[in-house]
Design a protein around this ligand. Structure first.
Ligand SMILES: Nc1ncnc2c1ncn2[C@@H]1O[C@H](COP(=O)(O)OP(=O)(O)OP(=O)(O)O)[C@@H](O)[C@H]1O
Ligand SMILES: [Mg+2]
Length: 138
């Protein structure tokens, strides 16, 4: 089952929409609360990153019997140094983003912690693609 969501940069009122929809879907599929929590935390952080740091993006969620694969592809400034971006506490969040309560520099490390497989590729001046896979078993 494949679903797609569009994400608008800067639109904090809708940030979290995709993660709440996916949460409902996984509940209906009787996926365990522990797994659902990991998916929702990882997806929410990645979704907010598009809103906070990029211009726009598309989220695709592919749910199979064995797990979920999330691909978040955005058009935005890209990430010049991914190792640096992955460091806990590192953030380039604007003052506006910080006023919204974000910018602790914990999103990407959190996504990695919650994912079974995590990948990030980025081109400066073009955009970023984050892939998150979480298995339903174990
Ligand atoms: N989709 C993206 N496009 C461009 N830059 C990004 C993107 N996602 C993350 N970054 C860069 O990586 C940094 C670290 O991201 P991370 O999610 O860990 O922290 P944050 O978004 O700044 O704060 P927090 O997630 O704790 O609210 C960001 O400050 C930003 O510089
Ligand atoms: Mg973040």
């Amino acid at each position: 089952m494949l679903t797609e969501y569009n994400v608008e940069g800067g639109d904090f009122t809708r940030a979290g929409y995709a993660s709440s929809q996916i949460k409902k879907t996984l509940k209906n599929l009787n996926i365990s609360p522990e797994i659902i929590k990991r998916v929702v935390v990882a997806l929410y952080e990645a979704e907010v990153n598009i809103v906070a740091h990029a211009f726009k993006g598309v989220i695709s969620a592919d749910i199979s019997n064995s797990g979920i694969k999330l691909v978040l592809e955005d058009e935005g400034p890209g990430i010049p140094d991914i190792d640096m971006a992955m460091t806990k506490g590192y953030s380039t969040a604007s003052s506006r983003v910080r006023e919204m309560g974000f910018g602790a520099g914990m999103g990407l490390p959190n996504i990695k912690d919650n994912a079974d497989r995590f990948n990030i590729v980025s081109r400066v001046g073009e955009g970023t693609r984050v892939t998150i896979e979480i298995d339903f078993a174990g």
